[in-house]
Design a protein around this ligand. Structure first.
Ligand SMILES: NC(=O)c1ccc[n+]([C@@H]2O[C@H](COP(=O)([O-])OP(=O)(O)OC[C@H]3O[C@@H](n4cnc5c(N)ncnc54)[C@H](OP(=O)(O)O)[C@@H]3O)[C@@H](O)[C@H]2O)c1
Length: 314
């Protein structure tokens, strides 16, 4: 039944998929983090990130919530603290700016020496091509380079048995990883294509982080939330969102697997999780990764996040 749903796509990624699997497998609500745990969730002022923060928060848990709009973030943080009893810290940052990401990481390091969960959820689909302050196409800057930089900066804080969760998208199934074409600088810019390429790169990066974090007993997971009723979907794909409106998942349905991954830390092979199951990474032959391309992505990310040497003017 699960495989039939997944093969048919629409009923799987819509709310019906989540509800069918919950009924079939008897999903209990995901357990919040244990008291004493410390988590950071980007994109937590609304939508899937806010729902994920709600699911993991509980008395005795500390949660850093991150977004750009400080008023919205502060309101979400206040509500989260009130409803969950968790200790909540709101930290404004733009994941599309390396300077902002580094400032965020240093604020976190000043406040805690340990992190049990890092959720990369911030993001959007942009309608036009623009560059980040660091000169990177902004979809790639926000979904790939910013999360890489933040994970790198916070890596020393990641405790054994900690998890990093990348909130990816089924959109990635349509595109291959090609580091040279990631930023769509030659061909015409199409929002869905730029988003799909960035999300494919995010999934590959997640797999690389999973290998690297094994040495410290930590794991990285990549999941996709299905089609969720959110501002990002309504603004990114307005016609699709209007058409699909009655079928979309709620943010809590989309966030369920994030919280479940955080509380259960499933062992086993890397995959793109949906509804608590690892799914295949490819659906189309042309998206299979060329040998060496994963390493090229890692090397490129490393190069762009490396602080530039300061120019000394005599
Ligand atoms: N909705 C879907 O169907 C769907 C499907 C697959 C994947 N996703 C992914 O799920 C994640 C969350 O999206 P959502 O649907 O929940 O959208 P949403 O409701 O619009 O939430 C996006 C969140 O990310 C924050 N954000 C956006 N850009 C940011 C930046 N540059 N720096 C810091 N924070 C930023 C937003 O706050 P500020 O605007 O204040 O910064 C907000 O908190 C995204 O990565 C998206 O790609 C969504």
């Amino acid at each position: 039944m699960d495989e039939l749903l997944e093969a048919a796509l629409l009923p799987s990624w819509a709310s019906s998929g989540y509800r069918a699997r919950r009924a079939m497998w008897g999903f209990e609500p995901p357990a919040p983090l244990c008291a004493g745990s410390i988590a950071l969730v980007t994109g937590a002022s609304r939508g899937i990130g806010e729902a994920a923060a709600r699911l993991i928060a509980a008395p005795g848990v500390r949660v850093f919530v991150v977004g750009r709009d400080r008023a919205a973030l502060s309101a979400a943080a206040t509500e989260l603290a009130r409803s969950s009893g968790a200790q909540v810290h709101a930290l404004g940052a733009d994941l599309g700016s390396l300077e902002s990401v580094r400032a965020l990481a240093s604020a976190v390091r000043a406040s805690t020496g340990r992190l049990d969960l890092l959720v990369h959820c911030a993001g959007a689909m942009h309608q036009t091509r623009a560059l980040s302050p660091d000169g990177i196409e902004r979809t790639v800057a926000e979904h790939v380079v910013g999360p890489h930089c933040l994970t790198r900066e916070l890596e020393p804080l990641l405790a054994p048995r900690s998890s990093v969760v990348f909130v990816c998208s089924a959109g990635m199934y349509s595109e291959a990883l090609d580091v040279d074409r990631l930023q769509i600088d030659v061909e015409p810019f199409r929002p869905a294509r730029a988003y799909a390429r960035a999300k494919r790169a995010q999934a590959v990066l997640g797999a690389q982080w999973d290998l690297r974090l094994a040495a410290r007993g930590a794991r990285a997971y990549v999941m996709h939330p299905g089609w969720v009723d959110s501002r990002a979907l309504r603004e990114g794909l307005p016609r699709f969102a209007a058409l699909m409106s009655p079928l979309l998942r709620s943010p809590l349905e989309g966030a369920d697997t994030i919280a479940w991954l955080a509380s259960t830390r499933p062992p086993g092979p890397f995959g793109l999780y949906l509804d608590r199951q690892p799914r295949r990474l490819h659906r189309l032959v042309h998206t299979k990764v060329e040998p060496g391309e994963e390493q090229r992505l890692w090397d490129w990310c490393e190069r762009v996040v490396r602080p530039r040497p300061v120019e000394v003017v005599a």
